[in-house]
Design a protein around this ligand. Structure first.
Ligand code: ATP
Length: 302
């Protein structure tokens, strides 16, 4: 009995580990319990592209067939370029990221990486090529080392530390009594929003992906952390094809192209300067945010 139960026990443990990892992945996108299983197509091929371009081609999508969320949406992120998406809450920004990661398949049109329809790629190669820095990083109830290492399980401890340095979280970790072995998550040390996002950035740096999705935090970080994270992000973005889901306009100024979304449609697109000059929705949003920032500053000065 003992001989039989040991492998079964191990199997059970492995199952739980895998299940836990999947659960965490899904929680990154708030998709628990509602995820449809997207399967590899017969004959799916691995993605081959180190500096991939990404294109959305007449994409239509709804979570529920009775309610269309994205209407005939097209845009391209050239290899190594950055596209930022802005728009009101609920306009469909995060949905773009979920579709690119293929949590769902499109209902019409296609999403292609380097001209290859993502439905024809293996899930493993697609997801291996994309790193996501989510709005609200869910940490595993494990060590901080484990939480970064997860980005690339074959990385050495030196590489983990290097990634942590690049994400400006190493010094913080080094000062903790248990260093990298400190337990974090719901049952361990609680990290602040900014610290968690840095762990996610370290994970992404370690993964070294061709495509980066950055879902900016909606929760207000103090402006110093915001600037620091912004600077780190700009560094890791270099040479990677990047999709930024932006909640603050200050983040998008340097994007190659800004898409303004409204109810599942792109209503304006262009660079920051071009959009300001055209005096449309973006220019209006910008003025509004500027005056809000000025009001806040004035209040703080009092
Ligand atoms: P925010 O700025 O608030 O993050 P967003 O622009 O990213 O918003 P999405 O999260 O893409 O918006 O949501 C677009 C629409 O799709 C919303 O109306 C939302 O209610 C709906 N939606 C999002 N996720 C789901 C889901 N899992 N099931 C059903 N409807 C969903």
């Amino acid at each position: 009995l003992l001989q039989l139960s040991a492998p079964l026990f191990l199997l059970g443990m492995m199952y739980r580990e895998v299940k836990q990892a999947l659960t965490n992945m899904e929680r990154l996108f708030g998709l628990l319990d509602e995820r449809q299983d997207v399967q590899d197509a017969p004959g799916a091929r691995p993605l081959k592209a180190s500096r991939p371009s990404v294109s959305f081609e007449s994409v239509r999508f709804g979570y529920d067939p009775r309610r269309q969320i994205l209407h005939d949406l097209s845009f391209e992120i050239p290899a190594g370029g950055t596209v930022a998406v802005v728009g009101h809450s609920g306009s469909g920004k995060s949905t773009l990221a979920r579709l690119l990661y293929r949590f769902y398949d499109v209902d019409g049109g296609r999403i292609a990486i380097d001209g290859q329809d993502i439905r024809q790629l293996t899930q493993a190669s697609l997801r291996g090529a994309i790193a996501i820095v989510p709005q609200d990083t869910v940490l595993f109830n494990d060590s901080i080392f484990y939480n970064i290492h997860y980005g690339r399980p074959d990385a050495s401890p030196e590489e983990v530390e290097e990634a942590a340095r690049a994400a400006h979280i190493h010094d913080f970790i080094d000062c903790l009594p248990d260093g990298y072995q400190t337990q974090v998550g719901e049952r361990g040390l609680k990290l602040s929003g900014g610290e968690k996002q840095r762990v996610a950035i370290a994970r992404a740096i370690l993964k070294n992906p061709g495509i980066l999705i950055f879902d900016e935090a909606t929760s207000a970080l103090d402006s110093q952390s915001e600037r620091a994270i912004q600077a780190e992000l700009e560094r890791i973005q270099v040479g990677r094809t990047t999709l930024v889901i932006a909640h603050r306009l200050s983040t998008v100024m340097n994007a190659d192209q800004i898409l303004v979304m409204d109810r599942g449609r792109i209503v304006e697109r262009g660079t920051h300067a071009a959009l300001l000059a055209s005096g449309g929705v973006y220019a209006q949003m910008w003025r509004l945010q500027q005056s809000e920032a000025e009001r806040e500053e004035a209040q703080q000065a009092h």
